[in-house]
Design a protein around this ligand. Structure first.
Ligand code: MCN
Ligand code: SMO
Length: 804
């Protein structure tokens, strides 16, 4: 059967690679339109300043546009339903004030980017510089009566947004059980502070927009490097004041999104407005400097966690405070809230922890806005709980692997609602820990540790587990108070006159391989070879509405829509086929490109010909065309949970603090895999990004709110040289609520590496025998931070075994 080679479960080579491997992809920046002009932005050099005046030199008049020149642009507004959240208006071009370094003030148009940049440099902006708000935790101390972080001095009452009473977008508590009782009952109390610093999303392709006015259709055509073309149309209609029918958004090939491209940007609105205003094609291609400065930043989580446990290391309560440094504005559509809310609800992880409290604060600062990035709030939640689990184990003198397992939700308890309200569906979490330990050969690593390294480095091993909410539907987003509820996906499946198939999907694929995996699902349902299937996505003109690719939702959601639409077509193929075969529809089957009956078969191509060109062959009452549109939402709206345990083996140089990653393993379960090879590619890519968070990537800010990493010379990313071959093992627990038992998994790879690596470093440094604790609870674990932790652990005392 063809579908066994190409249907669900087949590691079919990615269809999209045929173009990408030979450099024939078509990205936004590849587009050329006659008469196209280029845009460059005048951006704020200050984190916080009043704009007194913008002076455009006379020779640049007509080529430079400020907010006053484009009054049709409305400020970005987020219609969140999260009660009590402050929601500032964000003018795409700054009007009276700038609130972060890089904020757009004016846009310049010229025949080339270089000339546009020259114009931008000639624009003189007169600023009144204001003090900047840069330390989110300090804002919480100053402004929240409830916070126990409240130890420092009152801050200087600098407000990011005038008219606000403080710099908190929102503060909330997630609670379950009785944390005070847990505190009283605990034999062991462990408290730590964790920091996952701000970083960039850094896809290979930065942002890009090309827009023009199509006079024939009287519409504005916007090509953009985005994960969410349909919702971008919703936004452009709102903020440009145009009817949606007059906007077409196309996401061509997108060179990575990773979350930041699931949000609306000022530049996208501005370029679209200019194309209409100037009636010429306009292009803006972000450069790397602009990307690091102004594309959504990520992480920026600070958290303080106390775990209460019994003498065996069973955690009976967790009390947390989470502070998210969300930057100056909330990004459309979901605003600044998701990071803290997700971290708070995910912190109890895959564990049975019965008592919990997480007070969380989303803080406005004079930094660029925070957006989603692979894993969203989960990497920092995982970092906190998984580091704490290891410290609890250490406090009771047990192996972290055992303590981890003994706290996990057992399969027999599933489905299980965690104390933070996450509805874990199924799986054997402990099995993932054991499998991961096996993949790394834990006993061999322990033996190696006891032998010691010839070069004096210290070897350590660490694990981190998580359960990952994926493919959540309406129920989840309604409960979050989301402005837009991405509760379904859509597919129009169309068999053409010759039997070839086109799937038109509202989803967007930017590296996930959906052109391949959605073809595999249709192949499974219809018996049409994926080689004869086209997947059209990312174009509001050719597909029904859909929300796009984020939240590890596409395989389940779009895959479900493809399955449903394919089955509608299959029913029709069978009805027509049975008629042509002169048998009963109950007697036929659709497989391997044909409808088969008891006495023969008829090719899908022939049925397609009849349905379009020879309707005289159709059975009575059956209409022409083979065209079906379906939407799909999984039966459980709160998400299906993949889970995994990641394990890292490191060697730490105790003199320099340098961490080398020796080995890395992932034991995971995403239910039914449509394409195991793509799943493994997703895991590997995610892990490398997680290694970046763990060891390299950071955008620090100084006291004035100036970002300190503006190029790839000072913003480090892992390359193949820093990455060991990643070992992967699979467990299989099909979801009960989705088609074929699939679960999402696209983000998971990035969730656990920081925790696993920090645990491994902690394990390595335990061998130092220092009087104090040598641990690093802040990412990235740079040599400087690791060396400082070692120094602190010795607390000025001479080190044993060290020759100075
Ligand atoms: N898949 C599968 N079987 C499963 C689950 C997934 O074969 N049971 C395959 C599918 O091809 C699917 C892919 O793996 O498209 C990822 O699955 P899924 O969990 O559905 O995630 P999405 O497709 O919705 O992708 C989004 C997810 C997110 S949220 C981020 S962030 C991320 C990620 O995917 N960004 C990426 N992976 C990325 N990979 C690339 N190359 N580029 C990005 O920007
Ligand atoms: S951060 Mo992924 O686009 O949800």
């Amino acid at each position: 059967m063809a579908h066994e080679r190409s249907g669900i479960g087949a590691s079919l080579p990615r269809k999209e690679d045929a173009r990408h491997l030979v450099g024939r992809g078509e990205f936004t920046a590849d587009l050329k339109a006659p008469g196209m002009i280029e845009a460059a932005f005048v951006r704020s050099p200050h984190a916080h300043a009043r704009i007194r005046n913008i002076a455009v030199p006379p020779e640049a008049k007509g080529c430079v546009f400020t907010a006053a020149d484009l009054p049709q642009i409305r400020p970005i507004r987020i219609a969140t339903q999260a009660a009590g959240m402050k929601s500032p208006l964000w003018p795409p071009l700054a009007t009276d004030k700038v609130r972060y370094v890089g904020e757009a003030i004016a846009v310049c148009l010229a025949p080339t980017r270089a000339e546009a940049e020259d114009l931008a440099n000639a624009v003189m902006v007169d600023f009144e510089v204001l003090p900047a708000v840069v330390d989110a935790a300090r804002e919480v101390r100053a402004n929240s009566a409830r916070s126990e972080i409240a130890r420092g001095p009152q801050d200087g009452r600098v407000l990011v947004h005038e008219g606000w009473s403080d710099n908190l977008y929102i503060e909330r508590v997630v609670e379950g059980g009785d944390i005070a009782a847990a505190a009283r009952a605990a034999a062991i109390t462990v408290t730590r502070e964790f920091r996952m610093n701000r970083q960039s999303g850094l896809p290979l392709e930065g942002r890009a927009v090309v827009a023009w006015h199509d006079h024939r259709l009287d519409e504005i055509v916007v090509h953009a490097s985005t994960q969410t073309p349909h919702t971008m149309r919703v936004a452009l209609a709102e903020f440009l004041g145009l009817e949606a029918r007059r906007i077409r958004v196309v996401a061509p090939d997108v060179g990575g999104g990773f979350g930041p491209k699931a949000r609306l940007y000022p530049e996208e609105i501005i370029i679209a407005a200019l194309a209409l205003h100037c009636d010429r094609p306009v292009r803006w291609v972000e450069d790397r400097g602009e990307h690091l400065l102004t594309a959504a930043h990520t992480r920026g989580h600070y958290c303080r966690v106390t775990a209460y446990a019994d003498r065996d290391g069973r955690i009976i309560g967790v009390d947390a405070e989470i502070v998210v440094d969300a930057g100056a504005y909330g990004m459309w559509p979901q605003g600044p809230y998701s990071e803290a809310a997700m971290a708070a609800r995910n912190l109890p992880g895959p564990y049975t922890i019965p008592n919990y409290r997480a007070r969380h604060y989303t803080v406005a600062t004079n930094k660029g806005p925070l957006g989603p990035y692979r894993g969203v709030g989960r990497p920092s939640a995982c970092f906190a709980i998984e580091r704490i689990v290891d410290e609890v184990a250490r406090a009771v003198g047990r192996d972290p692997v055992e303590v981890r397992i003994s706290n996990m939700v057992p399969p027999a308890a599933m489905p299980f609602t965690t104390v933070a309200g996450m509805h874990l569906d199924n799986g054997d979490y402990a099995a993932s820990v054991r499998l991961c330990a096996e993949l790394l050969d834990l006993p061999a690593v322990r033996a190696r540790q006891s032998r010691g390294e010839a070069d004096g480095r210290l070897v350590g091993i660490g694990f981190a587990s998580f359960a990952e909410q994926t493919a959540h539907g309406a129920a989840e987003f309604v409960s979050r108070g989301a402005a837009i509820i991405p509760g379904y996906e859509s597919c129009t499946a169309r068999i053409l006159t010759d039997g070839s198939l086109v799937l038109m999907v509202g989803i967007q694929s930017h590296g996930q391989g959906l052109e391949t995996t959605l073809s595999q699902i249709a192949a499974h349902e219809l018996g049409i070879d994926p080689a004869h299937i086209s997947v059209r996505h990312g174009d509001t003109e050719s597909t029904a509405f859909g929300f796009g690719t984020f939240a590890s939702r596409s395989m389940v959601m779009a895959g479900g829509a493809v399955a449903r639409a394919s089955r509608m077509l299959r029913d029709k193929l069978c009805r027509i086929g049975a008629h042509l075969l002169q048998c009963d529809v109950a007697e036929v089957q659709c497989a391997d490109g044909a409808v088969r009956g008891p006495r023969g078969e008829v090719a899908i191509a022939e049925i397609a010909r009849v349905a379009h060109l020879r309707m005289d062959g159709l059975p009575p009452g059956v209409e022409p065309l083979l065209d079906a549109t379906a939407t799909y939402e999984p039966a459980i709206g709160t998400g299906v949970f993949s889970y995994a345990t990641h394990g890292a083996v490191v060697a730490v140089d105790p003199e320099t603090g340098f961490v080398e990653l020796l080995d890395f393993a992932v034991a995971e379960d995403c239910g039914t895999m449509v394409n195991p090879m793509i799943v493994e590619g997703q895991i590997r890519g995610g892990v490398v990004q997680g290694i970046g968070t763990a060891l390299y990537e950071e955008i620090p800010y100084d006291e004035q709110g100036q970002p300190q990493a503006g190029t790839l010379a000072d913003y480090l990313v892992p390359s193949a040289a820093e990455t060991p071959a990643i070992k992967i093992g699979h467990l299989h627990t099909p979801a009960v609520a989705t088609e074929y038992g699939m679960k999402g998994m696209g983000e998971g790879g990035a969730v656990a590496p920081p925790a696993a690596i920090a645990n491994a470093v902690r394990d390595a440094l335990a061998a130092l025998g220092a009087p104090g604790r040598a641990e690093v609870n802040e990412t990235p674990l740079t040599p400087r931070r690791v060396a400082a932790a070692i120094e602190r652990a010795w607390a000025g005392r001479p080190r044993q075994g060290r020759v100075d």
